[in-house]
Design a protein around this ligand. Structure first.
Ligand SMILES: C[S@@+](CC[C@H](N)C(=O)[O-])C[C@H]1O[C@@H](n2cnc3c(N)ncnc32)[C@H](O)[C@@H]1O
Length: 327
């Protein structure tokens, strides 16, 4: 595309308004070709942040109108994954309904024919106490520590394979596999536990729909699979953040955890598939896609964030070819 900021062998980062680019047909080459659209939209906050969020009903309509535009880029068995945090009513200890209402409006837009395949909770145990006034001063609310992640698709059976994202076995399961015995029979919950069903080593256990970003207690098992990649949420001390700090570049305030992007890219796509992030920011999605050998497209409206995201691709050994356009 003409207005790309940089490209690699697998993807390109384009500057522009994603809604307008799709409306004007500038992304038509991707129609029915994208396997996964993964994004966290500008959040529906009540105070405007640097990247100009829309407010209230206007935001809800804006997000909902994106659904048919994104759906037409998706393959028949493609998926859309949206991450959205909670928002709070200004000066009140009341959680705003806007993020959930907006997600509902997006998935139920009749022009898009989407369904909710599954909701995930992305839990960050290290989240700073917020909303601060009500949590730390008045002590009448608990720490808001998760984001909603909605996985949607045009079909009931989008491409997905939970065997690609296995969790490491718990210590007790590893012992059981070694011992080759356990108590079978009926449990108080009325589940019947077969005699041999748990003796097969499937190389890991099946993921839950709660993604835990970081371990607080090292003795505890992490819900994210750690056996294939480093999935720990290293956002604050990875190559990108360290470089930004060294160069005194103000880091994007709302980056997606790389562990979240890695998880959904592996779960819902295979190498060679196309992954698209229409609100790319620091290009967490493109960076993870590149590492996992998926093709990618990133669109971002803010040139400064675009320039900042180039740092990710300067990580030693990441890409053989990085073409940066002079702007
Ligand atoms: C929540 S941030 C996404 C951050 C990104 N996932 C990351 O890991 O860095 C939302 C981004 O959307 C961008 N944005 C807002 N409106 C946009 C639009 N209409 N088209 C493209 N990008 C937009 C903002 O500048 C911001 O960087």
């Amino acid at each position: 595309m003409k207005n790309y900021l940089y490209k690699t062998n697998l993807g390109q980062y384009v500057l522009g308004d994603s809604q307008q680019l799709i409306k004007k047909g500038e992304l038509d080459q991707y129609k029915n070709k994208v396997q996964l659209i993964l994004f966290s939209p500008p959040f529906p906050l009540n105070a405007k942040k640097k990247y100009g969020n829309k407010l209230g009903a206007e935001y809800k309509k804006w997000l909902s109108d994106l659904a048919p535009l994104f759906a037409k880029l998706l393959k028949k068995d493609g998926s859309i994954v949206v991450e959205m945090g909670n928002a709070w009513e200004p000066k009140r200890p009341v959680q705003a309904l806007l993020s959930l209402e907006s997600l509902m409006a997006f998935v139920s837009n009749p022009k898009a024919d989407l369904r909710l395949c599954q909701e995930f909770i992305c839990y960050n145990p290290s989240r700073l106490p917020s909303p601060a006034q009500w949590v730390t001063v008045n002590r009448i609310r608990t720490i808001d520590s998760y984001t909603h992640v909605w996985w949607m698709a045009k079909s009931d059976f989008p491409k997905a394979d939970n065997r690609r994202v296995l969790r490491p076995y718990s210590k007790s399961m590893l012992q059981l596999l070694k011992r080759k015995s356990y108590n079978s029979g009926m449990r108080p919950s009325q589940h019947s536990i077969s005699e041999k069903g748990f003796l097969t080593d499937n190389k890991g256990s099946i993921m839950h729909n709660v993604l835990e970003m970081e371990q607080m207690d090292e003795e505890r098992d992490l819900r994210l699979p750690t056996n294939m990649f480093s999935f720990a949420n290293t956002n604050s001390n990875d190559f990108f953040s360290t470089q930004c700090r060294e160069k005194n570049i103000p880091i994007h305030p709302a980056r997606m955890p790389t562990s979240l992007a890695n998880f959904f890219i592996q779960f819902l796509t295979e190498p060679g598939d196309i992954v698209f992030d229409p609100f790319a920011g620091t290009n967490t999605t493109g960076y993870c896609a590149e590492k996992l050998k998926r093709k990618w497209l990133a669109v971002e409206i803010d040139k400064d964030y675009g320039k900042q995201s180039i740092i990710r691709f300067k990580e030693p050994k990441l890409t053989k070819k990085l073409t940066i356009k002079k702007i």
